[in-house]
Ligand binder design. Sequence first.
Ligand SMILES: *[C@@H]1O[C@H](CO)[C@@H](O)[C@H](O)[C@H]1NC(C)=O
Length: 827
Amino acid sequence: MTTKSPRPIPKRRVCNRSTMQLGWLLLLSLAHGTLSQRANDTLLWGPYRPNLYFGLRPRIPQSLMTGLMWFGTQDYQSVIRTRHACDQGDGLDSYTWTEYDTREGGVQVIRDSQNNVKITTEFIKVAGGEHGGSWAARVKGEPIKSDIPSRISTIFYFGLEGFGGLEMDTDEDENGIVGEFKLSGSTPELDDFIIRVVDGPANKPVTEGPHSGAFKDRIGKTHFIGKPVPSGNIWQAKDVILKALIDRAREVVAPYQDPEAGPPDPSFILQLPDEVYTGSNLFAVQKLFTGEFQFDVFFESGSSKQKLSPSILDQGIPALVEAYGSRFRSVFPYSTDFAKDQQESLEAFSKAITSNLVAGVGYFYGTSIVDRKFSYEWDEEEDTIQAPRAKDDEDGEQERGEQGARLTDPKALLTATPSRSFFPRGFYWDEGFHLLHIGEWDNDFSLEILKDWINLIDDDGWVAREQILGEEARSKVPKEFQTQVPNYANPPTLTMAVTAFIARVKAASPSGPSAQDLGMNAQMPLNPPVTAPGSQYLEQPELALDFLKSIYKPLKRHYDWFRRTQRGQIKQYSRVARSRTEAYRWRGRSEQHVLTSGMDDYPRGPPHAGELHLDLISWMGFFTRTMRDIAGYVGEVDDELSFGEIEKAILGNIDDLHWNSEMKMYCDVNVDDDDESYHVCHKGYLSLFPFLLSLLPTSAPQLGDILDLLRDPAHLWSPYGLRSLSAAHPEFGQGENYWKGPIWVQMNYLALGALHKTYAAQPGPHQERAKEIYKELRKNVVDNVFKEYQRTGYVWEQYDAITGEGKRSHPFTGWTSLTAMILAEKY
Ligand SMILES: *[C@@H]1O[C@H](CO)[C@@H](O)[C@H](O)[C@H]1NC(C)=O
């Protein structure tokens, strides 16, 4: 129904009238609804290897990959603990991007007390040319304690995957080189480029030490290696590089056996061999320092014709930090509900977690493992073909038969990651939360990510809940969790990103850019709005509409897949409900776990083909409601009506099937030995679902009981946020204790969102109470996550139900970063 006509593209820079007119003429000649290539170019490069402390790559399946490694040279052992991939075992005090902008670059601070070094990595993108622009990176180090040695060796590497070539331009020298190190290369997508590694002004090598005289030709030089590495193996660069270093070191140190004279200083020995093999596609550059150090890496895209120099970082980084700070304050304004004297530190915290979430976005490419045959006995329907059955071992966990597991074709995915150290890959149910937060900062970037996820929806409508793409990603996952099964679901959160986008589009043009309006406004506005970068989809309603239309079909296929594959039974157990169709059950659960629900070990009844899950029917109510919104927005009128009917049926059935009036709570449903239906009631997050997803009307008679449960310190309420399981529950804190008490920030975020947008905002018998609870809960969550960040240097996967202490993986700057959204009241 769109009327096609050219629409002006508002400019992002403020400029004077005459250049503006020129701009308009130019822009008028563009086809309608175009995303400018230049804006998209700014997203080509990024720290898209967030599993590394510092790993830059472009958003291209097979291309250039870079990485930073370092170790201490104060002894011979530190090289064994070389830092490269984020690892909790490294015991770093902290590492986080303090500022990171999707389009410009940013700054990361890494504190490594064991090696007595604070490392700062700076990264700045430089637009220009036809191939995605250039960039510069700076690695700086300084001692944490000045009274003890800080002796660091850094290795920065460049590896090329896929077509193209890379070669060393600097003259080789078997003792290392002095001055800049230069590579030139070319790939089909990046075209010609040059890489230079340049020393800072005041670096000092280790010159004194046992046997220094024997090594004087090598001291103070830059060392290197070039090696051929088979395609697909660049991710193992650390192993390849360290092997070369250690092999050489063994040889060099061999003559120094005399215990009296002792071995040479490690920094004279732990050096790369200064060799380049033919056909090398992996190059590493090593520098050895004592005390403060600095070096720069420049990637110059050939077509941009711009030679980069240190001044781009000297000036660019302070400007970037400044601009980031002021934009941050406007996007995430500081709340006067928090103390004035905390403002600086809370803002820095908020910036850091937001930056780390955004800089935690990775680009993954590779195969995954899917088992199309796997099934549990309770998941089999009478009318499906018999599949090999899964057995449960003693722990009630499935034994995965190898026979059905197959590698898929390679796929690409741009995605945020829950934890750079522990979960450096895409997770379906986390991603909806991530995108809410990322979309506040850079709408268009969040859409690029969303688009990649939507592209993963297969012909049946299925998406694997964990995206473990490629060998590198798989290397982080225990074997029993690598296989994905096509009838397993996960909470459908991606639609949260879609509705948040629609809300932003509406806010950007409040008159409502309905499809009919679009052709009418051919008149150009005199002063186009000057808006934030990454907002082209908000500035051009046509572009927004095209985007929503393009994802509507696959989303609907995904929705239909949920309804078809996760359906629960009603009439078989003579259950009474208004709708005969709307009931749901997670497939793929085991005796002990419902991993698909996202709340892995939350107590449920025994597995049974007749059980019904409250959280899933609630998610389906939410999914249906968001699909109705989207259908309405893209003008799918019939769909909108039918979604509306399904939504109504689901809301009715939540009450008919899941409300237990004696217990005064919502419950799961199961079937006993006499085939009678009964409620399975465990007080915790599960009980709150119809409230968490704002499915209950403000006038619902159940609301008061839900608020009682939530606010009761004997059950879910703690000074640190809502507990996952009631403190009075017999299983509270037991077993794995993953979802049996600990506090999860994203669930608190849902509760706060429901209160803020619905129950405290709209009139109803519980409005005043909802307001109070909102205020207290918000403060509790923010204060605790912040306090723990200050105490430990990290944000955590979850927080202890009794003490509030951070628990499990860290840094967990996936959905725990929502704390910044809570602080700024963005729901
Ligand atoms: C932006 O660029 C990336 C990678 O170069 C590409 O995959 C993506 O489709 C582009 N997006 C748009 C909207 O052009």
